[in-house]
Design a binder for this molecule. Structure first.
Ligand code: SF4
Ligand code: MG
Length: 330
């Protein structure tokens, strides 16, 4: 199977606090997944689950403590940056933060054209900019000479997608790309990702806390909880027939009548549970209705079940996804 990008045993430990009291937080804990060509892959979870940190490591904004990113068959160790390497572009949550309010929007496009030597004349540049803007329903004339404040959030997000497309990326990393966009415009943006996948073979790493749009737009999904992937599979497998108790809880918390409702805040960990998760075993044991002794002692590996992978001891009878049972380092 062809893999466009592979994340291998990625771990990120932040050290917080003063010299006197240091706390180590494992924000990303042994996370592995891959993205295929022309695939929209969701990394989903509540805020603080490690999904954005994972994306930031892939983009080179953050250094991994251990693990690797394999991109275009090249292995990037923990100290290398893949950001701005060929073929990857990023779209961020707040389109207004992407653009400096004092600069015209088109300047960003011309800069990208220059940096990547994408045109040899101003006319050639304008043609390329116009072609990409048309993909998002705009034209060069719509933004010529204009400043960011002259656009709505939804328009600016489409403009930032068009700019990302200038370099013909193979992969777009989109961190909560619609969470700050009006609900009425969200669908037009996620539909754009589908179109880029279907017509141009672009892959998208879609970082989100919104299961409804993830289900709508994504092919496969990984659910993260407290730094770990707890379940991974197709959106049908994971969201329609969730196996992990945490995914089941999330699924149950989304009222059918209100699919847009966010899942944020469904689970709040008490201090005791936070401490518990810093030690060992399943991070969800403090809340899980099925918790067993083994859950507090041994970090569950991913088990293969009905084509999906689930990190839960309830499925210990199922074949293992890896060879060794990994006890958490705590
Ligand atoms: Fe619950 Fe144990 Fe499964 Fe964790 S490993 S989700 S505590 S049953
Ligand atoms: Mg985030």
């Amino acid at each position: 199977m062809e893999k466009l990008l592979e994340v291998e045993n990625l771990t990120k430990i932040f050290t917080l606090g003063s010299v006197i009291s240091r706390v180590k937080i494992t924000a990303v804990d042994d996370v592995s997944f891959f993205i295929k060509p022309a695939e929209i892959f969701a990394l989903a979870g509540e805020s603080g689950c490690g999904k954005s940190t994972t994306a930031r490591i892939i983009m080179g904004f953050e250094r991994a403590t251990s693990g690797a990113i394999i991109h275009n068959g090249r292995r990037e160790g923990k100290n290398e940056k893949v950001w701005f390497t060929e073929g990857i572009q990023a779209i961020f949550q707040d389109p207004f933060a992407t653009f400096n309010p004092l600069r015209t929007v088109e300047r960003y496009f011309f800069e990208t054209i220059q940096n990547y030597r994408l045109a040899t004349s101003r006319q050639g540049a304008i043609e390329r900019i116009d072609a990409k803007l048309r993909l998002v329903g705009l034209t060069y004339d719509d933004l010529a000479g204009k400043y960011p404040s002259e656009f709505s959030g939804g328009q600016l997000q489409r403009i930032s997608i068009a700019r990302a497309l200038l370099t013909d990326p193979k992969l777009i990393i989109a961190d909560e790309p619609v969470s700050m966009v009006d609900a009425s415009l969200r669908m037009s943006i996620v539909n754009l990702f589908k179109r880029l996948r279907d017509e141009f073979g672009v892959s998208v790493l879609y970082i989100t806390h919104d299961l409804a749009t993830a289900y709508y737009v994504c092919d496969r999904i990984a659910i993260m909880f407290r730094g770990k992937i707890v379940e991974i599979g197709t959106v049908e497998q994971v969201l329609m027939a969730p196996k992990h108790p945490y995914t089941q809880l999330l699924r149950a918390s989304i009222p059918e009548a209100d699919p847009q409702r966010r899942w944020q805040g469904v689970i709040r960990l008490s201090d005791v549970e936070q401490e518990e998760y810093l030690r060992q075993g399943c991070r969800f044991a403090g809340r899980c209705p099925h918790a067993m002794d083994v859950c507090r002692r041994v970090t569950p590996p991913l088990f293969e079940i009905d084509g999906a992978q689930v990190a839960c001891h309830l499925y210990a009878e199922a074949p293992r996804n890896d060879e060794v049972l990994i006890a958490s380092q705590g």
